[in-house]
Write a new protein. Structure first.
Length: 158
């Protein structure tokens, strides 16, 4: 959306048509910063309906997803589907735990044992909660992280 003025204008037109309040703009993912993935997904989720409308009616948006490989064959990688948005929401729940802890740590001048302990408890408690999720992707991903967390911090398995 941010790569051309015409795409930005089409996006803004749908934002206004759908009466979506937008204080934050879309942001790009930075491969070396995991928190940028969280911020990108968080911003994009608020505009989900805009992306759906664009994929239904904007030929320039749809054509963006057509790729030509080295042999000249066209391949449609398709705009985000309903399943993609559900997966994004799942990932947001997971990443939010770490994003919140990172924010709190980065706001402290000196990390004390008390603040570290509180954040570890916050992470552990939230990971335990997400492990109980009915969403198999979320619970599986969280279980893997919980096992690593408990191994690293020397916790006994629950």
């Amino acid at each position: 959306m941010r790569s051309s003025l015409s795409r930005q204008l089409a996006f803004k037109k749908f934002v206004e048509k759908l009466y979506i309040e937008y204080k934050k703009s879309l942001c790009l993912d930075v491969a070396t910063r995991w928190n940028s993935t969280y911020l990108m997904l968080e911003a994009a989720e608020k505009f989900e309906m805009v992306f759906v409308r664009l994929s239904e009616s904007e030929s320039r948006y749809i054509s963006y997803f057509l790729r030509v490989d080295s042999k000249g064959n066209k391949k449609n990688i398709r705009p985000s589907s309903l399943e993609d948005w559900e997966n994004a929401r799942t990932l947001l729940k997971f990443l939010k735990i770490f994003y919140m802890v990172t924010l709190r740590f980065s706001s402290l001048l000196h990390v004390t044992s008390n603040s570290l302990f509180n954040e570890l408890i916050y992470m552990h408690t939230n990971l335990l909660q997400l492990c109980k999720s009915r969403d198999n992707i979320l619970s599986g991903m969280t279980m893997n992280m919980l096992l690593k967390f408990e191994k690293y911090w020397g916790c006994e398995a629950n």
